[in-house]
Design a protein around this ligand. Structure first.
Ligand SMILES: Nc1ncnc2c1ncn2[C@@H]1O[C@H](COP(=O)(O)OP(=O)(O)OP(=O)(O)O)[C@@H](O)[C@H]1O
Ligand SMILES: [Mg+2]
Length: 237
């Protein structure tokens, strides 16, 4: 079962603790899509861990599916080797009406996990009647094999366009802002920007998010773990 205790704090930055979806619980609407961007060891995975914990606390019927080949979520999620193994386990639990752990750390191909999440979201959720809010998180490294340089594969595009109907909240964790195309940023409800190594990188993010020039200047060369949180409709919060 999910045991959120023992997770490190999501951040020590000036910003407030990460908040996830603006939707209230129980969720009928679930509108969440996040990008977490920062250089190696900046604290990206730790922020995603915070999102997973918060999602599971906020949505009693929700699921958090994490593509986690490096097993960095095993203390807060149950682990499965592949998405197929997870699918078989949840089907068996449903048949027996047995409880099922809400947090899943899943290995194998990231695209297989995307397919399984879409399958479940399509079957159980519709926009306005999201019965199972599904947080679906990927590390950049886990995407490299499947979606090429831009990471936008057909599945990712489908997911971005239909996520609210399927009740899926994708979370993309990347080292470089340009690892994702602008489309990901325009579809995001939440972007977490960690310390950045150069003004060139903050400028890209400022442009993608429609922020004024230098809005993120404080993050260039900032101390480790510092971040700002941007929300659609609100800006930097
Ligand atoms: N806000 C924080 N305060 C203290 N320690 C932190 C904080 N955030 C992360 N850490 C620690 O710093 C290390 C790196 O964090 P994390 O794995 O989240 O970074 P990352 O950006 O995902 O790294 P990588 O690029 O290797 O995937 C971990 O040991 C983590 O526990
Ligand atoms: Mg990481």
């Amino acid at each position: 079962m999910v045991t959120p205790n023992g997770a490190p704090p999501a951040s020590s930055s000036s910003s407030a603790a990460p908040a996830t979806s603006p939707a209230s619980s129980p969720a009928r609407e679930y509108n969440f899509a996040a990008v977490v961007v920062g250089p190696p060891q900046a604290g990206k995975t730790t922020i995603v861990r915070g999102l997973v914990i918060e999602h599971l606390q906020r949505y009693p019927t929700g699921l958090a599916l994490v593509h986690d080949p490096n097993r960095q979520f095993r203390d807060i999620c149950q682990t499965w080797e592949t998405a197929d193994a997870w699918r078989a386990a949840i089907a068996a639990a449903a048949a027996k009406k047995a409880p099922f752990p809400a947090g899943a750390s899943i290995g194998g191909a990231a695209s297989d996990l995307t397919k399984v999440a879409i399958e479940l979201g399509r079957a159980r959720n519709t926009a306005g009647n999201v019965r199972i809010p599904i947080l679906l998180a990927y590390d950049e490294s886990s995407l490299m094999g499947t979606s090429g340089t831009s990471y936008i594969g057909e599945l990712d595009t489908q997911l971005l366009s239909n996520r609210r109907h399927w009740g899926i909240g994708p979370v993309y964790n990347v080292q470089r802002p340009t690892a994702l195309t602008e489309a990901f940023y325009s579809m995001a409800t939440d972007v977490y920007i960690l310390t950045q190594p150069s003004p060139r990188r903050t400028a890209v993010i400022e442009e993608y998010l429609g922020l004024p020039p230098d809005a993120l200047a404080e993050l260039v060369g900032a101390e480790r773990f510092r971040y700002r949180h941007w929300q659609a409709g609100k800006g930097l919060v």
